[in-house]
Design a protein around this ligand. Sequence first.
Ligand code: HEM
Length: 444
Amino acid sequence: MTQDEPKAVPVPASEPSDAVASTPGALAGLSRRRLVTGAAGSALAGAAVGASITAGVLADGAPAAPSAVATDGADAVDLTASVPFYDQVHQGGIRTPPQRHCVYMTFTLADTATRQQLQVLLARWSAAISQLVQGKPIGSVQPARPDAVGGDTGEAHGLGPASLTVTVGLGPAVFGKRFGLQSFKPALLADLPRIPGDTLKPELTGGDLSLQACADDPQVAYHAVRNLARMVTTTARTHWVVLGFGRASAGPGQETPRNLMGFKDGTRNVSSDDDYERFVWLKDAGWMTGGTYQVARKILITIETWDFDRISDQQRIFGRTKDEGAPLTGQREFDTPDFALKADGEHVIDPTSHIALAAPENNAGVKILRRGYNFTDGLNDQGLLDAGLLFLSYQNDPQHFIELQSRLGRFDLLNEYIRHVGSAIFAIPPAPPAGRYIGQELFE
Ligand code: HEM
């Protein structure tokens, strides 16, 4: 089992006080409860907050939610499973076998945000995430005093942890002059350049902070982001969000799911330990060691047009068969594609098919970890299905994504049916040890 695969880990009773004990400088006076319930704390008068939190449900030993098992194709999903947050080296939600649902949100830091506010936010988020991944609320759902506001919004009350992971990202602007963090800037973090084919919308592009909440229960993922967004108060505001409703990537041992184009997605992906070391995790990178870079792209699919395309054309576009997911040069899903094979003088796998352009064989061996989700926004203003792929990739060099997408953006046969409308890049710090918070090194 890898370090960040789901497994139930009881949190030691001493953990909350450890968290407080090691909280430095300006944060030292804040109790862990206050960190966790920061949103309510800032929204309410102090005394009332104290009372409501005391009556809350943060105490260790809070009842775990009831058990339930759902199935995902051949994969059984245990909604009581939990993924640990502390002491994992890498944040969850990257190597964690993809959960079934995802809520992805980015935030913009307020012009008035201070370095200390950023620090407090990261500390509060970390403390809250450590509770949420255990299926615990982050404050009182039903405060004792009638005039108090709940510390937790309540909609996950009674639901299991559902393997929730929340992955926190820091955008390029965090490391600008204003917070005095320039010397900590991850070496390869920079806004993505314009990439051929991009039709990005400003309202879906960029961000200073990101949250990727993945869970096997969509309400658990939504609850996590909603409650973390509630904590940003005046420090930041929400920027863009995608509600992913079905995974479009596979982890080891998982059946390969399908994207909204009906094709298996995730067949050839980063999967071995060696691949993760070579292509995903940062090594010898100072405070970012064990971290990585996240690229997010919101990609629209013109579904109605695609659905009228001939099957032979659909298969030519991907270079794979639709039912089995086999390369057009093979029989079975995991057969290795033969990009050189010709029949009647023509390549069997079109050199401008999606897989021919993206495969490591044709990109100097480069791989990126894809961890995408299908999404829908309902109908667009023309009454057409508004849906697509929330493409999420992790790589230890953003240039790997940039080069791949530059090729795809120019030549991919798939481009007739897709449009990149959203985009962002974030540095993903390593996971904190128990008692610390994500990015704490920046403030020491
Ligand atoms: C809506 C957009 C996209 C769709 C529907 C899509 C779908 C697919 C499908 C069906 C496969 C074949 C199965 C597999 O090996 O996983 C695939 C493979 C792949 N895709 Fe995409 N993809 C999209 C966007 C992208 C983007 C933006 C990138 C990177 C910039 C990318 C990189 C790859 C890579 C590296 C492979 C594996 C190729 C191989 O090794 O054979 N895809 N994609």
